[in-house]
Ligand binder design. Structure first.
Ligand code: ZN
Length: 286
């Protein structure tokens, strides 16, 4: 089962979020029929959104992470609620790329580096707040760290990873974000950097299912306290009412034309693939 942990160092200077997201990313793969490099890209983006989302305390709040690096994948969008439940969408799921020389999926090449990572924070009331950064390398973890440093002034260490099986299904997925709070002493920064270096590839921890061991490693020497440990899942909040609300924004004549031609309007949710059908009766009722 997918799981999200939040922890803090005893001195309060290091905050850590860790997420294991295998099932959710596998679900995204099946919904969108993504090829491996795209599964990795959407999985990393979903992990990022899940961890950022779980950091927003407001009920009804959500976080959107949107990446467009000008590469073949096009737009990648992940939306998470304040519990870290997440859904994802990718513009071009069928991108194929040669592996990198080290045998890894070339996410950076598929995403591209000529574009931005944008985070939109919607607190559920008022105007959503958004911030953007230029992509660093399109591998997403470093781009996310850049966003947190530049846009939110929080120095962070981020690791995101997705590992696939031979049949292209997801073996493990997830990552962590370690953030330094204002006033953190130099020694803390040094220790955290050392811990992150020693932790190595995040997928090897996720694969073993040892999420709490990963917390111990990244916060080694900090006497960490686990603040929250919650199940998370792929979750879409679409509904007939919401889709109807979106249709209300479309020109009435346009709707009329489609109804006359097809006798119905079919809308497919881009996050979960669910299909909603509307007939002329649905519009008369208004
Ligand atoms: Zn949906």
């Amino acid at each position: 089962m997918d799981q999200l942990l939040r922890a803090i160092s005893e001195d309060g200077f290091v905050k850590l979020a860790v997420v294991s997201l295998r099932d959710a990313v596998e679900q995204a793969r099946q919904i969108h029929m993504t090829l491996p490099v795209v599964t990795a890209a959407i999985g990393r983006t979903m992990a990022a959104a899940s961890m950022l989302g779980s950091g927003t305390k407001e009920d009804g709040g959500s976080i959107t992470v949107r990446i467009n690096g000008g590469g073949q994948i096009g737009n990648i969008i992940a939306v998470a609620d304040n519990m870290g439940n997440v859904r994802g969408y990718v513009q071009n799921p069928a991108v194929d790329m040669p592996l990198r020389q080290d045998g890894k999926l070339d996410v950076g090449a598929a995403v591209g580096t000529d574009g931005t990572l944008t985070v939109i924070r919607d607190l559920g009331f008022g105007e959503p707040v958004s911030g953007s950064v230029e992509l660093v390398n399109g591998e997403i973890a470093q781009d996310l760290a850049q966003y947190l440093a530049e846009s939110e002034q929080v120095p962070s260490a981020c690791a995101l990873g997705v590992l696939l099986d031979r049949d292209q299904s997801v073996l493990c997925a997830g990552g962590y974000i370690a953030q330094l709070m204002p006033g953190a002493p130099e020694s803390t920064i040094g220790q955290l950097e050392e811990n992150v270096r020693k932790a190595g590839a995040v997928t090897s921890w996720l694969r073993d299912g040892s999420v709490s061991d990963l917390v111990e490693q990244v916060l080694d020497g900090f006497n960490p306290k686990i603040l929250e440990s919650d199940p998370v899942a792929y979750k879409c909040d679409c509904s007939r009412e919401r889709v109807m609300g979106a249709l209300a924004g479309i020109d009435r004549n346009e709707i009329q034309k489609i109804l006359e031609q097809d006798k119905k309007i079919e809308v497919k949710c881009r996050f979960c693939g669910k299909i909603y059908n509307f007939t002329s009766e649905d519009f008369i009722k208004e």
